[in-house]
Write a protein that binds this ligand. Structure first.
Ligand code: NAP
Length: 295
């Protein structure tokens, strides 16, 4: 008897997992801000949203590249779609306010805020040098503080629309990673901040969803170059990197379904994260065995 109940339970679970109830039409006409959208995953997020009929304000530092992304969005999106860019450096906190103001001026409101940008930094050992410390301040500003500032400026508008915040994180935000210690720290910090904020929203009846995206290795130009430059390129043969486009779609889908967390790829990252607290030494050993310190 208990075997039948177990089989039924597993069947329901697997069925639920396989059913894809994401309907892209729900994004038609939504007003979306995407940070770090000149290249990599953010660029692909912009293209998917454009295809799905959302209106966009995209942002990053390089104006010329943003213009090209907007042009491509116009080609992909429906007639009448609205696509704007604002070039801004997220190391400068006053720029975070300008980005949100531009979105309000251009789009008339915000339904979805996708926090995705990161400062590109070379991989390396943390040695506490003055250069390490200077870079640490900048990484914390761009990868963490700017996320909080953008959220603060957007929150009054997201509250009106019962909108969504999508935070692009990493396995490095669940398990500390070698050669990227400060990057890892900022991703853990995002989990802490947005985890606390999510609970406050529930406590005060604020219907803004927060989706934390735990992402594995993705074959963006910057990620591949970073691994190559630090002699870790063999990793790309060991671990199949996800494509930026598939990853972008998983992020959009999780946000549209107002999921609290998504894992992409699901099984390997979810299992690593679950085991992290039970057998941390083994999980870290497996994780660590994939890296080598360059001679
Ligand atoms: N790729 C991976 O393997 C991987 C794995 C796990 C998680 N993720 C996460 O996925 C997200 C996107 O990663 P990605 O690989 O697509 O990154 P990427 O290709 O390096 O793109 C980073 C984006 O951020 C922008 N940016 C950098 N510094 C900025 C600054 N100071 N102010 C404003 N914008 C800035 C860049 O544009 P400009 O240079 O024009 O400013 C670019 O659009 C990140 O949150 C990352 O942590 C990536």
């Amino acid at each position: 008897m208990w075997k039948k109940i177990l089989a039924l339970f597993v069947g329901v679970l697997v069925g639920y997992w396989l059913i894809d109830d994401f309907n892209p039409n729900v994004l038609r006409g939504k007003r979306v801000v995407v940070t770090g959208s000149s290249t990599g995953i953010g660029e692909q997020i912009a293209y998917h949203y454009a295809r799905m009929g959302a209106d966009l304000l995209i942002t990053a530092r390089r104006e010329k590249v943003l213009q090209q992304v907007v042009t491509r969005c116009k080609e992909l999106g429906p007639e009448g779609g609205r696509y704007f860019y604002k070039s801004a450096d997220m190391a400068n906190m006053s720029a975070t306010k300008e980005v949100i103001q531009e979105a309000i001026d251009r789009l008339g409101g915000i339904d979805i805020l996708v926090l995705n940008h990161i400062l590109p930094i070379p991989l390396g050992l943390w040695e506490g040098t003055p250069q390490n410390l200077t870079l640490t301040d900048k990484i914390i500003d761009v990868n963490f503080k700017a996320y909080i500032y953008l959220t603060s400026h957007a929150l009054p508008h997201l509250t009106v629309t019962n909108g969504s915040i999508i935070v692009v994180s990493s396995l490095a935000g669940k398990i500390g990673q070698p050669f990227t210690a400060v990057y890892s720290a900022t991703k853990f910090a995002l989990d802490g901040f947005f985890g606390g904020l999510r609970q406050e929203f529930k406590l005060r009846g604020c219907d803004v969803s927060i989706t934390l995206c735990v992402i594995g290795l993705v074959g963006t130009e910057n990620a591949i170059r970073g691994l190559r430059d630090y002699g870790q390129h063999y990793l790309l043969e060991m671990l199949p990197a996800e494509t930026p486009s598939d990853t972008a779609l998983a992020i959009i889908r999780g946000g549209a379904k107002r999921q609290r967390e998504i894992f992409h790829p699901y099984l390997s990252l979810k299992i690593m994260t679950l085991l992290r607290d039970w057998i941390p030494n083994i999980v870290e050993f497996i994780n660590r065995s994939m890296f080598t310190v360059p001679a």
